[in-house]
Design a protein around this ligand. Structure first.
Ligand code: C5P
Length: 232
């Protein structure tokens, strides 16, 4: 899979999500389904969106003991998603078990990427609540290396961290980057942001774009703008 734009379908119901996707009559976007929609609608929402021809990143951020994660990943793999994720904090044994669970009998599997540290965690919380003394940058890179060594395909990070991750883990290690905003658009609650064009320069493989597309007056035009800046 090459560089692509993933739309974060952060909707509360199936109806809202499907009527949004109905607008896309040309190119079928790669979509991200997160906890909100999955917990509300269950695995059927994944099957339905897949049947409509979309690629799916199922963003459920698994984190449990290796055996549980292995079995949960086998269930997600049977749903035929294209990408899923876990917390690198679960450590290498959990990540290796996840890959094992995800791999189908024919040897194929969805891409598996790791969350390093959530962007909602800052250096103070890292030190005072998670009891991690190293600076965030070192922690993110260390977790990314663990994910690479466990055989994962990449990490979720800010576009601004994509270069560091590529340097530390190799060009072939994917960076999937939320925090994307148009130069003339609303920033909202995101802090470490880049435009689609800048994310491309910085080496992102996939940008995850939510509100700049879902809340746009013309979501299809906003999506096409992302494709033009990031992919073409
Ligand atoms: O609307 P917006 O473009 O900010 O949406 C970004 C999406 O990426 C949301 O689904 C958000 O949960 C997700 N995300 C993020 N930052 C992370 C991990 C995931 O914004 N570090």
């Amino acid at each position: 899979m090459g560089r692509d734009v993933i739309i974060a379908c952060d909707f509360a119901s199936k109806e809202a999500c499907l009527s949004f996707l109905d607008r896309f009559t040309g190119r079928k976007p790669f979509v991200k389904i997160g906890m909100e929609l999955f917990y509300a609608e269950g695995p059927d929402i994944v099957r339905e969106i897949k049947a409509r021809g979309h690629k799916i990143f199922l963003d459920l951020k698994l984190h449990d003991i290796p055996n549980t994660v292995m079995k949960a990943m086998a269930s997600l793999s049977a749903l035929d998603v294209d990408m899923c994720n876990l917390h690198a904090a679960g450590a290498r044994a959990m990540m290796e078990a996840a890959l094992k669970g995800l791999t189908r009998p024919d040897g194929t599997r969805p891409l598996l990427i790791a969350v390093t540290q959530l962007t909602s965690t800052d250096d103070t919380a890292l030190r005072e609540e998670l009891y991690i003394e190293k600076p965030m940058k070192d922690v993110v890179l260390g977790y990314a290396r663990n994910a690479r060594d466990a055989g994962l395909d990449g990490v979720v990070c800010s576009p601004l961290e994509a270069g560091t991750v590529k340097e530390g883990c190799g060009e072939g290690f994917f960076t999937v980057t939320p925090g994307v905003r148009f130069a003339d658009g609303d920033v909202g609650d995101q802090k470490r942001i880049a435009t689609p064009a800048r994310a491309k320069e910085l080496g992102s493989d996939y940008i995850v774009v939510g509100r700049p597309i879902t809340q746009a007056e013309d979501p299809v035009a906003a999506y096409e703008r992302c494709i033009k800046e990031f992919v073409d």
